[in-house]
Ligand binder design. Structure first.
Ligand code: PEP
Length: 258
């Protein structure tokens, strides 16, 4: 089984002091682990340098939660992929359902952000996932297929290999309701099948497909035990060092158990 990837998405939480405490506490907790799991922390923009500085001397990476689809210029309030790269950021979440819903981020915009990140050698973590009504109506595969194809399948093979996909059913994000391991596995296998059809079986195996949506210290091991679930994108539970570290431990255990 391949090693897992666990990414913490702090969203718009914490202040500088609390961010420093949390990042330092995670660093201290995992610094002596001989980690096989890859770990990344995605703080709000103002705290990124704090995390990139710590990441430099630690066994985790820094990630951003968003970037602009533009290169530079008169885009007040935006942050470019090049700026993130110049800070030493390695990952960037794009197409999170909160951005799709609250900031009208379309698949087309996500695709442009992905291009900017790849051009700067950053790893895009591209989110997809259906709404509750889509699942109830049995449209969940169709919805996710459209998101994945329109956000990613314009990429050439040598660019696609740098992409991480996060399946995050919208009804599970921040709600305390998690997809069952069977639901997560089924959708991950479906997404992997799409990647296989487009880019071949080696790429399908190598592509990291993370689960996100109320993943926590209690349910992480069961979710990560599916061979199609390559780790997690963690929101709420990444704001507590002890919980986040337990999730990282679950990722380690899920690999060693298989
Ligand atoms: C997320 O925002 O990406 C997420 C998965 O949130 P939560 O873990 O809080 O559901």
């Amino acid at each position: 089984m391949k090693t897992k990837l666990v990414i913490g998405n702090w969203k718009m939480n914490l202040d500088f002091g609390a961010a420093e405490d949390l990042a330092t506490s995670i660093q201290e907790a995992i610094e002596n682990f001989n980690l096989k799991t890859e770990v990344a922390i995605c703080p709000p923009f103002p705290f990124l340098e704090l995390v990139t500085d710590l990441a430099d001397e630690s066994n985790f990476y820094a990630g951003a939660q968003n970037c602009s689809q533009y290169d530079n210029g008169a885009y007040t309030g935006e942050v470019s992929a090049a700026m993130l790269a110049s800070l030493g950021v390695n990952f960037c979440i794009v197409g999170h359902s909160e951005r799709r819903k609250l900031f009208n981020e379309s698949n087309e915009v996500v695709a442009r952000k992905v291009d900017k990140l790849i051009a700067e050698d950053l790893i895009p973590v591209v989110c997809c996932g259906e709404q509750l009504e889509d699942r109830k109506a049995g449209r969940h595969f169709e919805v996710v297929e459209k998101q994945v194809k329109e956000s990613l399948f314009h990429l050439a093979k040598n660019d696609f290999e740098h992409v991480v996909i996060a399946y995050e059913p919208v009804w599970a994000i921040g709600t305390g309701e998690t997809a069952t391991p069977a639901q997560a596995s089924e959708m991950h296998a479906f997404i992997r099948g799409l990647v296989e059809k487009k880019y071949g079986s080696e790429m399908a195996y190598n592509t990291y497909i993370l689960y996100g949506g109320s993943c926590n210290a209690k349910n992480a091991l069961e979710l990560f035990s599916s061979p199609d679930v390559d780790g997690g994108l963690i929101g709420g539970a990444s704001l507590k060092s002890a919980d986040f570290v337990e999730i990282i431990e679950a990722a380690e255990t899920s690999v060693s158990e298989n």
